[in-house]
Design a protein around this ligand. Structure first.
Ligand SMILES: [Zn+2]
Length: 185
């Protein structure tokens, strides 16, 4: 029952990601800033979208949450407890865990502050697989990190080098901007 990840380019250079289980078709989405586009991909793959994982409160990440709640009433919207995330229904602290219903996919909330006070990175694993993925929003990019809007250099060091740096070396990194632009240069 492999875990699959689809990237959905949004806005100018944002990336939203759909995480799903191939057998049960249950899915989660990271930062669905353009809900119509997300639901098109969800429908194309015959998926059932259960929950939204918001990395941080900035509009280009959380700005689609209200709309996706309108389109999919009852959907759970997660976000960091220290960020005022638009449309959030479930606040997360560092170390909180959740699972995608009817799958073996588990999600760990990692508080990675500095870009925003309550920024969350999501570490996602499937119990029958060795590989894992982390969704780093605007904390970690391909060749750098996000701006220090609401935190200190010490916090960014902790977020990058301790919190994210402690994940298994095989973890795949999915960031909120840039990645495919860089690859296509
Ligand atoms: Zn941001």
């Amino acid at each position: 029952m492999p875990m699959k990840i689809l990237d959905v380019p949004c806005l100018e250079d944002n990336y939203s990601y759909i995480i799903f289980d191939e057998s049960s078709k249950q899915a989660a989405v990271v930062d669905p800033v353009e809900p119509d586009k997300i639901l098109q991909v969800v429908n194309q793959h015959g998926l059932h979208l259960n929950l939204v994982l918001t990395t941080h409160h900035h509009w280009d990440h959380a700005g689609g949450n209200d709309k996706i709640k309108e389109l999919l009433p009852g959907i759970k919207v997660y976000g960091g407890s220290l960020d005022n995330v638009r449309g959030c229904t479930h606040q997360l602290l560092n170390g909180d865990t959740l699972s995608l219903p009817h799958t073996n996919i588990n999600i760990l909330s990692l508080h990675t502050p500095c870009h925003t006070r309550g920024h969350i990175s999501y570490y996602v694993t499937a119990t029958d697989q060795h590989d894992s993925a982390v969704f780093t929003g605007d904390t970690l990019f391909v060749a750098g990190c996000g701006k220090f809007f609401e935190g200190t250099a010490e916090q960014m060091y902790q977020s990058l080098c301790v919190t994210l740096g402690s994940l298994p070396k095989t973890t795949r990194v999915y960031c909120g901007h840039e990645v495919f632009k860089l690859l296509s240069l």
